[in-house]
Ligand binder design. Structure first.
Ligand code: CP
Length: 353
């Protein structure tokens, strides 16, 4: 059984295979319309979603399967105090594969340890969002025809933007990819993302605050929303929320073949006057999410081998995870596990007890 908790659970070759299947589905949808007849997808969304939940639903229905689940925790026994582990034990008895979104970082790891069916991370707090990255990679493949030799600008909330963390970790594996990380200092990329992905792969990157200065050098501009729901201070969010607004005017020095992407939803960071620019790819990007998720469901339901790279870690009574957004702070009955001095659930550096 395979899970998708972190995009690095899949090799570059496996991602190429998913992109190839998704492109074939786009060309020949009728060939796949019965592929999951009799199979059930559980969609467990403890946090709001439009694209991810509905594209997973559409994906399973397009494969001939069925879907059950919930779109808010308030309507489930979680509101009575049920743990993630017990919820997953139940739903894995009612379904063949589960896509889950949870506000706590590392919740899908907890789920994958007790589930009898494959777990797909559909977003865990401000940590990772690997199926958005698959969507992003399909978009890059279709718009650029390659994953190598390009300058990728990522703009906005790089601290809490889970799509950003997953996209960077995936793209560090391709040759010749340079990153321009555009954010206010307060929303810069977390240290663990720099250390675990950019530094580990010796990727070239610069950090800057000016979107206008960065635009002319970019092949891809990946805009992101400032994540209001992750801020501890509403005043801080108000101060930073309009840090970047992409307008038609700001694109005047951009490359003619720039691809403008955004995982969506947008708030104010891309002006609607950009939507009719031929370089605006974000609505196509959202559309592609359905096809790559079809490819993903097919792959996970077919895979028999046991291979989950995120099962490691050891208990260490001298260490403690102090990340208030980590699942290990709230989930009862789980082991606090560490690897290389970091919490295995949220990847943040652990503190000494
Ligand atoms: N991109 C994305 O995750 O969108 P939703 O929050 O609407 O699912």
């Amino acid at each position: 059984m395979r899970n998708l908790v972190d995009i690095l659970d899949f090799s570059v070759e496996e991602i190429d295979g998913l992109v190839k299947t998704a492109n074939d589905i786009i060309e020949n949808p009728e060939m796949y319309s019965d592929s999951c007849r009799g199979k059930i997808l559980g969609t467990l969304f403890f946090e709001p979603s439009t694209r991810t939940r509905l594209s997973f639903t559409s994906a399973m229905m397009s494969l001939g399967g069925s879907v059950l689940g919930f779109s808010q925790a308030a309507s489930t026994s979680v509101s009575k105090g049920e743990t993630v582990s017990d919820t997953i034990r139940m739903v894995s008895a009612y379904s063949d594969i589960i896509a889950m979104r949870h506000p706590k970082e590392g919740a899908p790891i907890v789920a994958s340890r007790v589930s009898s069916v494959p777990i797909i991370n559909a977003g865990d707090g401000g940590h990772f969002h690997p199926t958005q990255t698959l969507t992003d990679l399909l978009t890059i493949n279709r718009k650029k025809g390659r994953f190598t030799d390009m300058t990728v600008g990522i703009c906005g909330d790089l601290k809490y933007g889970r799509t950003v963390h997953s996209l960077i970790s995936a793209m560090t594996r391709y040759e010749g990819v340079k990153f321009v990380l555009i954010s206010p200092k307060e929303l810069a990329l977390p240290d663990y993302v720099k250390a675990d992905f950019l530094d580990k792969c010796s990727s070239e990157y610069v950090e800057c605050e000016s979107l206008e200065d960065a635009i002319p050098s970019l092949d891809i501009l990946y805009m992101t929303r400032i994540q209001a729901e992750r801020f501890d201070s509403p005043e801080e969010y108000e101060r930073l929320k309009d840090s970047y607004v992409l307008t038609k005017e700001k694109l005047k020095d951009a490359k003619p073949d720039l691809s403008i992407m955004h995982p969506l939803p947008r708030v104010n960071e891309i002006s609607t006057d950009v939507d009719d620019d031929p370089r605006a790819d974000y609505f196509d990007q959202a559309k592609f999410g359905r096809y790559i998720r079809m490819a993903l469901i097919l792959m996970l339901l077919k895979t028999k081998s046991v291979s989950d790279v995120r099962t490691g870690g050891e208990e260490d009574p001298t260490l403690i995870c102090k990340n208030p957004h980590c699942i290990s702070m709230t989930e009862r009955g789980i082991k606090r596990l560490f690897k290389g001095g970091a919490c295995i659930y949220c990847d943040q550096k652990a503190s000494k007890v």
